[in-house]
Design a protein around this ligand. Structure first.
Ligand SMILES: [Zn+2]
Ligand SMILES: [Zn+2]
Length: 385
């Protein structure tokens, strides 16, 4: 009897010793389309293959906003956020790639085993949808709790709207410590989406032409990448004058104001000597805009749709017959461990000045940051912890 009691005490002590939950501050979504509430939660100690990251800053992405409005089903209550950057605090069993003190960007998760992962296209991981949106660990457990009640975390294997996040080795990218960590989180989603659409998917030769529909953070990162690739002309289309001005500064050769131009397809043909563009990129997810992006193509051109999906799109079949392609892109088809360091090298060279697009807010101001993003007042809000 006594030895049994000792065993139970030892077992419970051992359990407590290997599990040291961290008290964190997090912005919690308790109801769809409701404001976030700042709460104190408990976050698990890292398990095998996981890393505990002290979040320094996190971008807000349109996907966070769409999910909070019910466009993709997630369990509630939940902590969202998937553009986190921070410092590794602890690592779980078996983690040799990262150590406490390392600076990391958190990006999208992937399984590492399926055919897309094995062929260096982890953005199209067979398990990616579940790993990003099920809001639980891959094996089904919850990493977050409030007074022993589970709160859903592991959104994109991070849930970065919080002072600490649990990520996996596969969705963290180590970065040099001299880089400004508070700027880097959006490289893990928005900026690699736009830049990757150009550099990974289009892989254009120099002097091929591009039209970018929507000069938000995805469109502007595509424009910076197009300039790096030597594309010409680079035509930016938007409804906001301030964004068109930034587009011109970052590499666009021409801009078309969609508030003033009723026929953007004709305008693009005029700017390209009647031929149309070799590539077009839609970042708006508006079916009429995607159609314009497609109709703007030269023969054998490619239109890339990166606007979030979910809507029915239609195109004139006769136009498709001229060797034209319509395709979609997730995460810029990026292999983050390769592509993010490449983007950081362009940043160091002054060729990818993504930090010009950032506006900073404290964690407590996340609801205002989202309002400002939706109104177009800011391009990429970043939450600092
Ligand atoms: Zn995103
Ligand atoms: Zn996979």
């Amino acid at each position: 009897m006594y030895s049994q009691l000792v065993y139970i005490l030892k077992a419970s002590n051992a359990k407590r010793k290997c599990s040291m939950p961290v008290s964190i501050q997090a912005q919690v979504l308790r109801e769809l389309s409701a404001p976030y509430t700042l709460e104190s939660l408990q976050l698990d100690d890292p398990q095998a293959g996981e890393v505990l990251v002290r979040v320094v800053a996190t971008g807000i992405c349109h996907t966070d906003i769409k999910v909070s409005q019910g466009y993709a089903e997630v369990p509630l209550p939940v902590v969202l956020g998937h553009e986190g950057a921070g410092i590794v605090e602890r690592v779980g069993a078996g983690v040799t790639e990262l150590a406490p003190g390392d600076h990391v960007i958190m990006t999208f998760p992937s399984c590492g085993h399926c055919q897309p992962c094995s062929s260096n296209h982890p953005a199209y991981c067979d398990g990616g949808q579940s790993l990003s949106f099920a809001c639980q660990r891959a094996e089904g457990s919850s990493s977050l709790s409030l007074d022993d009640n589970p709160v859903h975390g592991s959104f994109f294997a991070q849930s970065s709207f919080a002072s600490y996040a649990l990520a996996t080795v596969r969705n963290t990218v180590k970065v040099d410590k001299d880089l400004p960590l508070e700027n880097l989180g959006p490289l893990g989603c928005g900026f690699q989406t736009g830049a990757g659409a150009v550099l990974n998917v289009m892989q254009p030769s120099s002097e091929q032409s591009l039209a970018v529909f929507g000069a938000g953070n995805v469109g502007l990162s595509a424009i910076m990448a197009a300039k790096i690739a030597g594309m010409d002309p680079i035509i930016a289309l938007d409804i906001q004058k301030s964004r068109m001005n930034i587009a011109l500064e970052l590499g666009a050769s021409q801009v078309i104001n969609l508030n003033q131009e009723n026929d953007p397809v004709a305008a693009i043909h005029t700017l390209t000597g009647g031929k149309g563009v070799n590539y077009s990129l839609d970042t708006t997810n508006q079916p009429v805009v995607v159609r314009h992006a497609f109709e703007s193509l030269a023969s054998r051109g490619t239109c890339i749709h990166s606007g979030g999906g979910g809507k029915d799109l239609s195109f004139p079949g006769s136009h498709l017959l001229q060797g034209r392609t319509v395709t979609g892109v997730l995460q810029g088809d990026s292999d983050p461990g390769v592509f993010i360091p490449q983007l950081l090298e362009y940043y160091r060279q002054g060729k990818f000045p993504f930090d010009r697009l950032l506006s900073f807010y404290p964690l407590s101001e996340i609801n205002n940051a989202i309002t400002d993003m939706e109104s177009g007042r800011v391009i990429k809000p970043v939450i600092t912890m």
